[in-house]
Ligand binder design. Structure first.
Ligand code: SF4
Length: 445
């Protein structure tokens, strides 16, 4: 393994009070207070950023949050598939495998998803490939190795171990019991009022590491095709509710806040909740989560919008958003530029609204430097050729220069058959689109 590959990303500790310490415990090397890249790394693999603890044996390395929960692992020997491939555990207690390369005939992964790795989820989603790394013995062995390491920690004598490392080991033992990990994810979901069924695709810019805050439930349209909707009618949350969430989230993340400086203002149409609610939430979060002078740099704010909420938004909204101390990303679910397809998927908007929203997106991106708007469309073998042709027609005839900011995401429908046809479809649209175009894989939290 070559740890020098992204050596330039490593920066010195900003916190003089936390020195790296290490010791051996049997065949394990234990390291506390390791500093990765100060900002979320956008390299070939995003694992090493912020502050983390590490435990290594000869075959694997395991990384832990400042509060002790496991967050990454990868193999260190030549039997591991690739040095850039990692397993990550999310705050929602899901494992994700970062694959560095499959099917080279279909181009580089960065051309599909905008990042150098393909997230392979451990739950049903709109995967573009029938990839299941969890059944690959080379990868599955990482989980049994972790169980063994955990067992070793639980039974080892900690006598003679420096106090700080001993505290770290005790945290790891307490926090990584299966029931403790499940309970922690449930606690997060209870604070915000349920699991986040889908994160905006733009959260890839921070490796999906966002603090979720719910400012509204439900959505405007409740489209029939949608697998992530809650089924609730749209309703905003009160300021008291939002404040309580932020207070409880601060207590939930505690020292992990030094590794997090992005928020997802949810749920499915945060934009429709209005700028007062968005800016109230952003300001409270900025203050309570310590985003001022955060080691990760300028914080990011992510939210979803719909054709309706985006077309209704006026300059005052974008100006206010632009003036927040965040880089803000709005992701719009437009889905199709073809009337019969919109009818087929049960989305009550028109092609005219879709076109107007796309043109407005380009204009907002040109006007407001701190606001990035992106749009989603559907991809799938069960949609007609006319749908795909209409999309190509729309995206290929945008004014030249439209692609300087923002992008389009193509979201494959969840389908288990003909998946192999989806990627060529994507490439056909991508090549003709004036805007950068990527695949959008539904990731939950
Ligand atoms: S696609 Fe968006 S607007 Fe339609 S049901 Fe799903 S979340 Fe709601």
């Amino acid at each position: 393994m070559d740890d020098r590959l992204d050596q330039n990303e490593w920066e010195e500790s900003l916190d003089e009070g936390l020195d790296m310490q290490s010791c051996c415990l049997g065949n394990l090397v234990i390291i506390t207070n390791t500093r990765g890249a100060v900002r979320t790394a956008k390299g070939a693999y995003p694992a090493r950023y912020g502050l983390y603890g590490e435990i290594r044996d000869r075959e694997f390395t395991f990384h832990f949050n400042p509060t002790g929960e496991i967050r990454y692992t990868r193999g260190l020997s030549s039997s591991w598939p690739h040095p850039w491939e990692w397993l990550k555990r999310t705050w929602g207690n899901d494992w994700i495998y970062y694959s560095a390369g499959v099917d080279k005939s279909q181009g580089r992964i960065s051309e599909w998803v905008g990042e150098s790795y393909l997230p392979c989820l451990s739950y049903e989603s709109n995967a573009i490939r029938n990839l299941n790394p969890y059944t690959d013995p080379k990868i599955a062995v990482a989980f049994s190795a972790w169980s063994q390491v955990y067992g070793t920690l639980c039974t080892a004598s900690l006598e003679g171990i420096p106090q700080e490392i001993r505290d770290f080991i005790i945290r790891v033992i307490q926090k990584n019991d299966d029931n403790a990990l499940i309970a922690q994810a449930e606690r997060l979901h209870n604070i915000i009022g349920g699991r986040v069924s889908v994160l905006p695709p733009d959260t890839r810019h921070v490796d999906y590491e966002v603090i979720p805050i719910t400012i509204q439930d439900g959505c405007l349209y409740r489209c029939s095709f949608c697998s992530v909707k809650s089924g609730l009618t749209f309703k905003g949350r009160s300021r008291d509710n939002i404040s309580a969430q932020i207070k409880n989230l601060k207590e939930f993340y505690t020292s992990n806040l030094q590794n997090l400086n992005a928020i997802f203002i949810g749920n499915h149409d945060g934009l429709a909740a209005g700028i007062d609610s968005i800016s109230y939430t952003a300001s409270q979060a900025y203050r309570d989560f310590g985003f001022d002078n955060h080691p990760g740099g300028k914080p990011s704010l992510f939210l979803f919008g719909s054709a309706g909420s985006f077309l209704n938004a006026n300059d005052n909204l974008f100006e206010t958003l632009n003036n927040l101390p965040y880089k803000s990303y709005i992701n719009l679910g437009l889905e199709a530029f073809h009337g019969p397809t919109l009818k087929q998927i049960g989305k009550p908007i028109t092609p005219t609204m879709v076109q107007d929203a796309l043109f407005k997106m380009i204009q907002v991106n040109e006007t407001w430097a701190n606001v990035d708007v992106t749009a989603n469309f559907l991809l799938g073998t069960s949609l007609s050729d006319d749908h795909h042709h209409a999309l190509i027609d729309l995206l290929s005839h945008l004014p030249k220069g439209s692609g300087n900011r923002g992008c389009v995401y193509l979201s494959p429908l969840i389908e288990t058959q003909h998946r192999e046809k989806v990627l060529p479809m994507f490439h056909e649209i991508r090549k003709q689109s004036v805007l950068p175009t990527y695949i959008y894989l539904i990731q939950r939290l």
